[in-house]
Write a protein of this length. Sequence first.
Length: 64
Amino acid sequence: KFSDAIGIGPKTLSRIVRFNRALSLSKHQLDDWAGIAADCGYADQAHLVREFRDLAGETPTALA
């Protein structure tokens, strides 16, 4: 199973990869959170903010 081999489920890994991509893009697209959300496949900026809070415990602006 995927979870046994990797240690987390495929959805969790997908969320982490998308989060890391958004964080990386934020270094180049300062304060364009709506654009970053669209580029990374989030439904909207609020979805991106929710996922940042879930995974990092901070808002995107606080981490960038």
